[in-house]
Write a protein that binds this ligand. Structure first.
Ligand code: KG4
Ligand code: ZN
Length: 334
């Protein structure tokens, strides 16, 4: 069978990325240009600045990706692009670039949902095995998804308010840690002890999550301690916070594994880079005899390799977009 090369484009938030992936599993080259240093001083991503930075970077990142792969656009079989969800101005830059390339070089255009990209980041580690449960945890999403085969997504539940990554970043901010705070909270948590008291959010039998109450509980605790003149033990607060997050995520995920009788679990999204979360799931998966995969750190956060991998299976399914493809800031995974 002829090899299929997909060019992936990702620009939904603050990373401009291109990647070429062969047959959905073999990464040929990936370039990620992150804007973290630009947004750091504002304590979070500023959408208008993000879209301008994408415009400035996009052609350079594309050129570097092709150069690294020693390929030309003529060698590519199809162009896959994140069309949503994400920041509308950022998404538009990638979508317009993809449409231009598809038109100029007469290539099929494949629309890829950002979450499916995060899920397929695991396909670059090990070919997905089905049926599976995917726990998607990122700065914008917290979702439990059941997949019977490639490109069949059944959402079991999701967050009712904040995403788990957003909660990590807010907790980091109140502790005076730099954006993006998730990795810093992770590091401190590994050094601390569970000594504070925080509630487990939405501790019910549904597959939904809630993190805004937990975020408020941490903010209130920090303010109360300050007023009382007590010093915050950052390591211990991070350890306590992370423990509560892990309890919430593992309880619902393990319930889904049992109810859907699956033998495969994958983690996806930026928060899947969290060492505490990875390790706890590893422990549980081993005790339940479940195959467990998580993306490599590089492919946990936003990148185009995951979009190219997902795009390969969308391509095989015959999914195509025409030049009317538009960016969508919010859209369901289908
Ligand atoms: O997937 P991603 O790059 O963007 C979205 O699609 O939202 O995820 C970014 C999020 C940020 O909130 C960041 O703080 C979080 O992932 N993150 C982490 C860790 N590494 C990244 N959160 C907790 N622990 C980490 N090690
Ligand atoms: Zn993402």
């Amino acid at each position: 069978m002829k090899d299929v090369y997909i060019l992936g484009i990702e620009s939904s938030c603050d990373e401009t990325s291109f990647s070429i992936v062969k047959n959905g599993v073999e990464e040929i080259s990936t370039v990620i240009s992150t804007q973290i240093d630009i947004h750091k001083k504002y304590g979070g991503v500023v959408p208008e600045i993000a879209s301008r930075a994408h415009i400035k970077n996009i052609t350079f990142v594309l050129e570097e990706c092709l150069e690294k792969a020693k390929l030309k656009i003529e060698d590519i079989d199809a162009i896959a692009v994140t069309y949503g969800p994400g920041l509308i101005g950022s998404l538009l830059v990638g979508v317009e670039c993809a449409k231009t390339l598809a038109f100029l070089y007469d290539k099929p255009l494949i629309p890829v949902h950002h979450i499916s990209g995060h899920i397929y980041a695991n396909n670059l580690v090990k070919r997905l095995e089905f049926p599976l449960i995917a726990l998607v945890i990122s700065g914008g999403h917290t979702e439990l998804i059941y997949m019977e085969r490639d490109y069949s997504f059944k959402k079991l539940g999701g967050t009712l308010d904040d995403a788990v990554g957003e909660c990590y970043d807010k907790v980091a901010k109140v502790l005076g840690l730099e954006y993006p705070g998730g990795p810093k909270v992770d590091k401190l948590a590994s050094l601390g002890k569970i000594t504070y008291n925080l509630p487990i959010p939405l501790n019910d039998d549904s597959y939904n999550f809630s993190f805004s109450g937990l975020k408020s509980a941490v903010i209130n605790l920090v303010h109360t301690e300050k007023v009382r003149g007590n010093e915050i033990r950052k390591e211990d607060l991070c350890a306590t916070f992370q423990d509560v997050v892990i309890k919430s995520l593992t309880k619902k995920t393990m319930k889904a594994i049992e109810e859907y009788k699956v033998k495969n679990l994958i983690l996806a999204g930026g928060v899947a880079a969290n060492s505490g979360i990875r390790n706890k799931f590893q422990e549980l998966a081993s005790s339940m005899n479940i195959n467990y995969t998580f993306p490599s750190i590089k492919y946990a956060t936003d990148n185009a390799a995951m979009i190219a991998s997902s795009g390969y299976y969308a391509y095989k399914e015959g999914r195509r977009a025409d030049l009317t493809l538009n960016a969508l800031s919010s859209t369901e995974l289908k």
